[in-house]
Design a binder for this molecule. Structure first.
Ligand code: AKB
Length: 332
């Protein structure tokens, strides 16, 4: 079967039976709107419901179903699942790494209590659940170059701790109750249309906007900080692919996925091939630097490649090309 994004997807229940009814929480973050667009092309506009606690911009409101959902409100979540006949839940609500360190109790509520509510709903109503994990689920005692699929995970951020908790709880519920839990550990995601909020890898998005707007970027990580990264199109396609993968293909429920690794210095050199006058200065944020120094520099994803055919399309050169094409005024 050919997917809406032009690639081939495995035959799934989407073709054999009714399409899934998908709820996306945290829909106004960096990834929700893009994922909704991809899933709506595949499953139909009205079968994918975006949700958040904020009011959506007009173009999002007019692009398909949008509702208020507070993942900390158990009753509200149940009403949404029941009233909309939800069958798949993509749980994007989360407080990211840097913001989490400045508000640990908020991160604990959203990332841990909120996830418990999602788990309860999923078991109660037999939902397929997708939750992103992250390179941030590893810590200084994990192998860093590369971080394998299975190794010691002792993260030093509340964000990382909450993501290890989600991985373990999801897998436990899968074994204990048969929950259809699916999880990808995302690298830093780079997107043109949407901004990340409060992460450690945010510089790799911000640099493109600064390069196009003013030609100067002040980077908050050291120039030699190497981290795994991925272009948003690869990330969203991976998410659709793991959602659709037949359960029989999955040898685990949590997968590393990788595309590339680079430092601010590599990224600057690549952008300068197009914008030679880009000037980058460094003012290191000690909090973000300490987090980045505890995370993997590279990511090992052979299990995803073997089990469900994961393959990235964008390396550094293609990523830079795509980002500058999207961001440059007059190109859109
Ligand atoms: C962050 O920097 O917190 C996120 C992530 C890598 O999970 N982008």
């Amino acid at each position: 079967a050919s997917g809406a994004d032009g690639r081939r997807h495995r035959a799934t229940c989407a073709e054999d039976a009714d399409p899934p009814r998908v709820l996306i929480t945290g829909g106004l973050g960096q990834l929700g709107v893009g994922l909704a667009k991809l899933l709506r092309r595949r499953f139909g506009k009205n079968n994918v419901i975006l949700s958040d606690i904020k009011k959506p911009p007009n173009h999002v409101y007019h692009s398909g179903p949008f509702i208020y959902s507070d993942i900390l409100d158990h009753k509200n979540l149940r009403e949404i699942v029941v009233n909309n006949n939800v069958s798949w839940l993509v749980h994007y609500s989360a407080v990211l790494s840097a913001v989490g360190e400045s508000n640990v109790s908020l991160a604990r509520d959203v990332n841990i209590t909120g996830f418990h509510n999602v788990l309860d709903m999923a078991v109660e109503h037999g939902l397929r659940v997708f939750v992103p994990s992250t390179i941030g689920a590893f810590g200084p005692s994990s192998p860093r170059d590369p971080a394998p699929q299975l190794c010691v995970q002792r993260p030093r951020t509340i964000y990382g701790v909450s993501k290890v908790h989600a991985e373990l709880m999801g897998e436990y519920y899968h074994h204990r109750y048969g929950l259809d839990f699916r999880c990808l550990r995302y690298p830093g995601i780079i997107s043109a249309d949407s901004q990340p909020g409060g992460g450690t890898t945010d510089y790799a998005v911000q640099i493109f906007h600064a390069a196009v707007k003013s030609g100067h970027f002040e980077c908050n990580l050291r120039n030699d900080t190497r981290l795994p990264m991925m272009y948003i199109d690869d990330c969203l396609r991976a998410t659709l692919e793991i959602l659709e993968a037949p359960a029989s293909a999955l040898t685990t429920r949590t997968y590393n996925i990788n595309a590339m690794s680079f430092t601010p210095s590599h990224l600057t050199q690549e952008i300068r091939k197009v914008l030679p006058d880009l000037r980058v200065t460094y003012r290191v944020d000690p909090l973000r630097q300490a987090i980045a120094d505890s995370w993997p520099m590279a990511f090992e994803d052979s299990t995803a490649r073997r089990d469900w055919g994961w393959k990235h399309d964008y390396d550094l050169a293609e990523l830079v090309q795509a980002m500058l094409t999207h961001i440059t005024p007059g190109n859109r």
